[in-house]
Design a protein around this ligand. Structure first.
Ligand code: NAG
Ligand code: NAG
Ligand code: NAG
Ligand code: NAG
Ligand code: NAG
Ligand code: NAG
Ligand code: NAG
Ligand code: NAG
Ligand code: NAG
Length: 863
């Protein structure tokens, strides 16, 4: 089990765990290896001179440079073994015990973490073999979204102590290597919780191994499905931590749900109160009674060549579901039917109270490598069962690896190497990159450096080749010009008509301004129709291309959620576009740019849904996808009825032509702070780049602040995407919500909205939802808001940063590393685009020339 804990949770235990825990451990040890006895969230004992350690050689050390995001206890010290095996012996009663090993791979007294390989065994079980904490941390980091290494993690095992009254943990360094450990925890657990519980279903086989006192287990996943992180101290007494499931679930539009009326969770004889915390049963993910044809799926990477036990926790929390036969669904594990007609009411004797089911499945190792494979858990309504509601749901999930022949150790994860781009000899990087390395600091510096180098290389090439060759390198779609301007749906205006409409381009008619030119309000057809008239600067090459593109796309597209192009004018070398007038201006105007009255939360949600529909139409409405490429709050316009319309297609591109190809290679264009870091790095544009930008817009709507704030903020707050991501992970979104609406938002709605926004800005494009999934997710957030308003449970709950009864969601457990490529990209872009090189930024005129005819806030490379 991998868990990432933040020290912040100390503050919250004060509020949460005053009640007696359902389970009181009979054996409990918590060692701060190599360190002193101390108290953080719990009391940690030193292992120095303790009765637990053998006389073999070891020494203690502190990491040379501890990442500040890594909790001090137990990670600021380690015990190191570089000569021979070393054993800890704990006197315990017979029975099952949790063994938790805390690792922080860092450099200890010149022992580099990447040099450490070792094995760990316990009471005859091989737990880890030639194990690299460094590789494991790196793998976790990449699998958690492409960030630099997650600094620390916990491996969790269950050892059944059989007759021996002691639990031994032995560390054995691989040849010429060393072992280390930062913390050890041993906690007993109820005899029949996992080992002797009765019914286990075998998936894909009729019978199989029995989980007995001869079986060791490793917890791989423990998820509070549809809910927040649950800290060890909020568990039922065994100090398990429960993670959020959102990074494993597909489609992300599947609904996370908490009951509106907070019915108390009642435990039963078959599901005793220590099984899982109430919070696990109080939240769920359901398919949402929409009878859509999809499978609600979790993808969980596991080592192949092992049996796995899955424990699925259910509890009915939807008031409409009241009896057996109401909701009947199928459960698939690795594409095999584990349960054809799952019925939670049937399992719970008609009550819908908490119940769990265990399944065992073997994950085949096809190539003998033991490599990680995805374990698939899926559910869908059973179409044959004539149930009342076509739904399926899950509240909690635990996944255990089962020992085979006493072995639980798998191979070290392979890292997919992403080699840094080659460095051309002409580029000198010495002092130019330094300011950024120091901004981000510490461990991230090297990575950032590589990234910065890559960027410079990329820029350098671009600039050397010059603008003209760029489009040769990336063969362009035929522009609309090639096929002649359309005249059927798009009217051609004369320059006289335009001048009449705008009083000869009178300054008083100006409603917008940018690097591209001016936007005027005008009246056409004898002043019967109000229009917006965009006059592109005649000298602009860039403008000419965008002019053609915009006409090309917009004249063919008609959708209520897209701004309509009425016509154009190209007399006298002018480039003028005439649109429907949007009386409420841009979305941004109503968030923070002007002193407008604030937009109520529900209206914001409706605007977001509308804009998402517009983008969905762009991506799928024509026979080839259209990628907007410049989604931002100033390109979402609002008409007199507050209907959102996506505007400005000047940078739009057609998606890939060939089936199976998901990207087009193209020069990087877009806007600072909104730009998809993956696109930016790879120069491969996909519809998911728009999804990223839209995710940033969602955070903008929630927080009502600019996407980049250059000055006066701590680094992690500069870039809104990064700031939103951090706060989502920490469960502190409520603290960054626009103050003016914070008492309007229902907590459930915020949770869902945050989840959707966060999923949109995932580092890997393929992990982001499609726009239709975003629409569903936002619609569901709106439903949650409406439901909460009906029951009157909204107002005031968010005030003062408290979540009312949902307080436990605040547990800010998950650390996403502080450096992401998004912030890196932003930092670099920031350095490039702002002329104030106060931080000693890149010397922009050496390598980069900013095209002068580009709108100031639109950042364009290479043309
Ligand atoms: C848990 O259940 C046991 C047995 O039913 C009961 O004695 C105990 O008080 C319960 N503990 C809590 C904290 O609810
Ligand atoms: C183990 O580490 C200590 C401290 O760094 C060092 O003095 C000793 O030589 C090392 N022993 C071996 C066998 O590497
Ligand atoms: C281990 O890390 C150090 C410092 O980061 C590096 O110099 C060395 O090449 C790495 N060794 C291996 C085997 O990766
Ligand atoms: C643990 O180690 C102690 C001391 O070396 C030994 O006496 C005991 O038998 C060991 N227990 C097990 C379960 O291996
Ligand atoms: C341990 O793993 C490393 C890296 O995977 C490998 O180079 C080394 O040979 C392995 N050592 C043993 C003893 O298997
Ligand atoms: C555990 O104890 C049971 C009964 O005492 C015995 O049958 C079994 O072989 C033991 N298992 C191990 C691994 O020692
Ligand atoms: C599910 O959908 C049906 C038909 O649309 C509706 O009658 C029913 O009330 C819905 N149930 C819930 C729980 O929303
Ligand atoms: C399950 O089916 C999906 C889709 O057909 C496939 O991609 C996946 O690899 C399968 N998973 C397993 C474990 O067989
Ligand atoms: C759901 O998964 C099962 C098992 O992999 C598969 O047979 C079924 O076709 C899937 N259903 C949908 C709608 O994808």
């Amino acid at each position: 089990m991998y868990t990432f804990l933040l020290p912040l949770f100390y503050f919250f235990i004060l509020f949460s765990t005053t009640a007696a825990q359902p389970y009181k451990p009979t054996d409990y040890f918590l060692l701060n290896c190599g360190g002193a006895t101390t108290t953080s969230d719990r009391k940690w004992d030193t292992d120095e001179n303790s009765k637990f350690i053998s006389s073999a050689t070891s020494f203690t050390s502190t990491p040379n440079n501890r990442d500040p995001s890594v909790p001090e206890i137990p990670y600021s010290t380690a015990r190191i073994f570089n000569t021979s095996s070393f054993t800890y012996t704990f006197p315990v009663a017979n029975g099952p015990k949790y063994l938790r090993l805390y690792f922080y791979p860092a450099t200890y007294s010149n022992h580099n973490a990447n040099q450490s390989f070792f094995s760990v065994s316990s009471n005859g079980y091989s737990l880890l073999s030639n194990f690299s904490a460094f590789l494991t941390a790196s793998y976790l980091a990449t699998s958690l979204g492409g960030n630099p290494p997650v600094p620390h993690f916990i491996k969790e095992f269950i050892i059944y102590v059989n007759n021996t009254q002691s639990l031994n943990v032995t560390f054995t360094p691989s040849p010429n290597s060393y072992a280390f450990i930062n913390g050890i925890e041993i906690v007993s657990l109820p005899e029949n919780l996992y080992h002797k519980s009765t019914s286990v279903k075998y998936v894909g086989q009729h019978s199989g191994l029995v989980i007995s006192e001869n079986t060791g287990l490793e917890n791989i996943y423990r998820l509070n499905v549809g809910g927040g992180q649950i800290s060890p101290t909020a568990d039922t007494g065994m100090y398990r931590s429960w993670d959020q499931d959102d990074r494993y679930v597909f489609p992300v539009s599947a609904m996370g749900l908490t009951p509106v009326n907070n019915t108390p969770i009642v435990y039963t004889a078959n599901t005793p109160n220590y099984t899982a915390p109430e919070l696990v049963y109080a939240t769920q993910r359901s398919m949402g009674n929409l009878s859509r044809h999809y499978n609600l799926t979790w993808l969980l990477p596991v080592d192949s060549g092992f049996y796995y036990k899955l424990r699925l926790h259910f509890c009915n929390i939807i008031p409409q579901y009241t009896k057996q036969g109401a909701v009947v669904f199928s459960i698939f594990i690795n594409n095999q039917t584990a349960e054809d007609q799952a019925d939670v009411f049937y399992w719970s004797g008609g009550t819908g109270l908490p119940v769990f089911q265990d399944y065992v499945v073997f994950v085949y190792d096809f190539d003998g490598s033991g490599r990680k494979q995805d374990l698939w858990l899926a559910m869908a309504p059973n179409s044959k069962a004539a149930d009342e509601y076509g739904d399926a749901f899950l509240n909690g999930l635990e996944v255990f690896k089962i020992s085979m022949g006493g072995n639980l150790a798998g191979p070290n994860p392979e890292l997919s190497p992403t080699p840094p781009p080659p460095l051309p000899p002409s580029v000198k990087v010495n002092k130019k990159t330094l300011p950024y390395a120091t901004i981000i600091g510490g461990a991230g510096g090297v990575l950032l450096l590589l990234f910065a180098l890559g960027f410079i290389v990329f820029w350098h090439r671009r600039v050397k080749q010059g603008g003209a060759t760029d489009e040769k390198q990336y063969p362009k779609e035929p522009t609309p010009k090639d096929s002649g301007l359309p005249s059927d749906r798009c009217r051609r205006f004369t320059i006289k008509e335009v001048k009449d409409a705008t009083g000869e381009f009178d300054e008083n008619c100006v409603i917008g301004k940018g690097g591209f030119g001016m936007v005027y309000k005008g009246y056409i057809d004898n002043s019967t129709t109000v229009v917006a008239i965009k006059r592109l600067k005649a000298t602009s090459n860039q403008g000419s291309h965008e002019f053609q593109t915009e006409i090309g796309f917009l004249s063919k597209l008609r959708h209520v959620q897209l701004v309509s192009l009425i016509g154009y004018c190209e007399d006298d070398g002018e480039m003028i576009l005439v649109y429907d007038y949007m009386s409420h201006g841009t979305l941004q105007d109503h968030l923070y740019k002007r002193n407008n009255a604030h937009l109520p939360w529900k209206l914001r949600l409706e605007i977001c849904i509308g804009a998402a529909r517009g983008l969905h139409y762009l991506h799928t409405g024509a026979n080839r996808a259209i990628i907007h490429r410049d989604v931002k709050s100033t390109n979402i316009l609002l008409d007199e009825n507050w209907v959102a319309k996506v505007a400005d297609f000047g940078l739009s591109r057609l998606g890939p032509k060939e089936k199976g190809v998901d990207h087009v290679s193209t020069a990087v264009k877009g806007t600072l702070g909104y730009m998809d870091p993956e696109y930016y790095r790879m120069q491969q544009l996909t519809d998911k780049s728009d999804v990223y930008s839209f995710g940033v817009v969602l955070f903008e709507v929630l927080c009502a602040r600019p996407v980049i704030i250059h000055r006066g903020l701590p680094d992690e707050e500069v870039n809104l995407a990064e700031w939103g991501r951090v706060n989502y992970r920490n469960g502190t979104l409520n603290e960054i919500v626009d103050k003016r609406i914070s008492d309007e938002i229902a907590p459930n709605c915020l949770l869902k909205f945050g989840e959707v926004a966060n999923s949109c800005i995932r580092m890997k494009g393929r992990k982001r939802p499609k726009m239709d999934e975003v629409v569903w997710g936002l619609e569901f957030a709106l439903q949650l808001q409406q439901a909460a308003e009906k029951t009157g449970g909204v107002v005031g709950e968010l005030k003062g940063g408290a979540w009312g009864s949902d307080q436990d969601f605040l547990y800010p457990m998950q650390v996403e590393t502080t450096i992401s490529s998004a912030s890196t990209a932003a930092a670099i872009q920031h350095g490039l685009s702002s002329n104030d090189s106060s931080g000693g930024g890149f010397e922009s005129d050496t390598y980069f020339t900013q095209p002068s005819d580009v709108s100031k806030d639109t950042y364009t490379v290479g043309r």
